[in-house]
Write a protein that binds this ligand. Structure first.
Ligand SMILES: *[C@@H]1O[C@H](CO)[C@@H](O)[C@H](O)[C@H]1NC(C)=O
Ligand SMILES: *[C@@H]1O[C@H](CO)[C@@H](O)[C@H](O)[C@H]1NC(C)=O
Ligand SMILES: *[C@@H]1O[C@H](CO)[C@@H](O)[C@H](O)[C@H]1NC(C)=O
Ligand SMILES: *[C@@H]1O[C@H](CO)[C@@H](O)[C@H](O)[C@H]1NC(C)=O
Ligand SMILES: *[C@@H]1O[C@H](CO)[C@@H](O)[C@H](O)[C@H]1NC(C)=O
Ligand SMILES: *[C@@H]1O[C@H](CO)[C@@H](O)[C@H](O)[C@H]1NC(C)=O
Ligand SMILES: *[C@@H]1O[C@H](CO)[C@@H](O)[C@H](O)[C@H]1NC(C)=O
Ligand SMILES: *[C@@H]1O[C@H](CO)[C@@H](O)[C@H](O)[C@H]1NC(C)=O
Ligand SMILES: *[C@@H]1O[C@H](CO)[C@@H](O)[C@H](O)[C@H]1NC(C)=O
Ligand SMILES: *[C@@H]1O[C@H](CO)[C@@H](O)[C@H](O)[C@H]1NC(C)=O
Ligand SMILES: *[C@@H]1O[C@H](CO)[C@@H](O)[C@H](O)[C@H]1NC(C)=O
Ligand SMILES: [Cu+2]
Length: 340
């Protein structure tokens, strides 16, 4: 099993310039490597990753599987870097707390050794750096067209990653508390602060910064787990449907959702429900083209509404299915990372 080391970008344990370039080039490699999982319309591995996120949006946000799914998804990206692009370096995450109040000065957006800067012009496309004019293909409804990755950097959004907000989350006493806390403000920080494609609930993995943001969020979950490994390596819960939370875009009571999450009602996400999307009942999502499917109607093998360790994590075949139980300990098994 691949061992990954997650390193912070933008503070004391920063990557060297050579390491940063190695990582950026590996992402560029994923963006130019032909698709191989049989997903119709996908041109590259990068498209396939984004597709696997788009198609599962209702099942992996504002639900108990939010943190485990994104840990799995982040690990898939890391595995592809290694398996498809011979990448052997560290996997960086973005310490967003360190950049609160100064997103414009963040090393993340460096034109030479970072992800390029703000969006420019009427369209807000990225104009400089390695991902200038990066072209994506899948839209929210899985139809294909060519469009660019956009950004609109702002400090208001990133301020949700304040140390105060992080400390509040880490004081959580249960999994459902840490999950809803992290999916609120800290999760909102990277998406809202970068904005553009990043604040689109469906399409956000199209911006390579997505993986650094979710690395940060996953580390925060791990930091919380480490506070009591006796219980927190197996502690899981939450509902499998978002409707009860009021947090699902377009659904639930106005003003509901996790505080600080830009995807909720009243947030600034560019979310537009795809045609046929039933916000009152996202099971099954028409875009899956595979309903009725017991895997979905049976809540990914949880046997009910409550998320369990038996919950299947799926990536449309990019890698094998695993369960939430398989990602609870990121130090071994499928994920296999060490946070530095
Ligand atoms: C992230 O940044 C904050 C604020 O600068 C700092 O206190 C913290 O130690 C950093 N975290 C890591 C893992 O470096
Ligand atoms: C962001 O930084 C760039 C230089 O890197 C500068 O040209 C621009 O004015 C800055 N924007 C803001 C809002 O400070
Ligand atoms: C998406 O594609 C389907 C089938 O190809 C088509 O019926 C539908 O109108 C398209 N939706 C949009 C918004 O273009
Ligand atoms: C990024 O660009 C948007 C407009 O495209 C602008 O509103 C915003 O202030 C810029 N952010 C920074 C940090 O310069
Ligand atoms: C871990 O949680 C268990 C169960 O709640 C508790 O009994 C134990 O004291 C906790 N350990 C620490 C170090 O907090
Ligand atoms: C699950 O849904 C129920 C019913 O809508 C709600 O009362 C409860 O707070 C939800 N639980 C969690 C952990 O979100
Ligand atoms: C699951 O929870 C949602 C939201 O709380 C509720 O609307 C739905 O009826 C529940 N479904 C089942 C099968 O219990
Ligand atoms: C959305 O953006 C507007 C202005 O751009 C701002 O006033 C508002 O606070 C933002 N809402 C959230 C939830 O971030
Ligand atoms: C959407 O789901 C709700 C709840 O299951 C159902 O009552 C309603 O008929 C559905 N709407 C459509 C258009 O299918
Ligand atoms: C993987 O999970 C998906 C979704 O739960 C399911 O449809 C599919 O049949 C599973 N595949 C295998 C090989 O178990
Ligand atoms: C756990 O999931 C598997 C499929 O992955 C299923 O066959 C089994 O029945 C599930 N177990 C429980 C207790 O629901
Ligand atoms: Cu997501």
């Amino acid at each position: 099993m691949l061992a990954l080391v997650l390193l912070v970008l933008g503070c004391g344990t920063d990557l060297t310039s050579a390491e940063k370039l190695g990582y950026l080039n590996a992402d560029l490699c994923l963006m130019s490597t032909p698709a191989r999982s049989g997903i119709a319309g996908a041109k590259t591995l990068w498209d396939e990753l984004q597709y696997a996120h788009i198609i599962q949006v209702p099942y992996v946000h504002f639900v108990g599987a939010f943190l485990p799914f994104h840990r799995y998804f982040m690990a898939i990206h890391a595995h592809l870097l290694k398996a498809e692009c011979n990448y052997a370096g560290p996997i960086p995450y973005w310490n967003e707390t360190a950049d609160v109040g100064n997103i414009n000065g963040s090393a993340i957006f460096d034109v030479e050794t970072g992800f390029g800067g703000n969006g420019t012009g009427a369209g807000g496309c990225i104009a400089d750096g390695p991902f200038a004019d990066l072209t994506l293909h899948f839209k929210e409804d899985l139809n294909t067209t060519d469009y660019c990755v956009t950004r609109s950097l702002n400090d208001r959004g990133l301020s949700s990653a304040s140390q105060e907000n992080i400390d509040t989350c880490l004081a959580a006493k249960s999994f459902t508390e840490i999950w809803s806390c992290l999916e609120g403000r800290p999760h909102g920080a990277g998406h809202g602060g970068v904005s553009g494609t990043m604040v689109n609930l469906f399409l956000s993995p199209g911006d390579p910064i997505f993986y650094l943001h979710h690395g940060f969020l996953d580390k925060l979950w791990w930091d919380w787990q480490v506070l009591n490994l006796t219980t927190r390596l197996t502690e899981i819960g939450g509902n499998n449907t978002a409707s009860g939370r009021g947090g699902f875009p377009g659904g639930g009571p106005p003003g509901g959702g996790f505080p600080g999450n830009p995807f909720g009602p009243g947030g600034n996400s560019s979310f537009v429900p795809p045609p046929g999307f039933n916000t009152s009942n996202p099971f099954p999502f028409p875009g899956l083209g595979m309903e009725p499917n017991k895997a979905f109607t049976d809540y990914f093998y949880d046997g009910g509404n409550i998320t369990t360790l038996n919950h299947t994590l799926w990536s449309v075949g990019i890698v094998q299915n695993i369960t939430i139980g398989d990602v609870m300990d990121p130090r071994s098994g499928f994920v296999c990372i060490e946070y530095l």
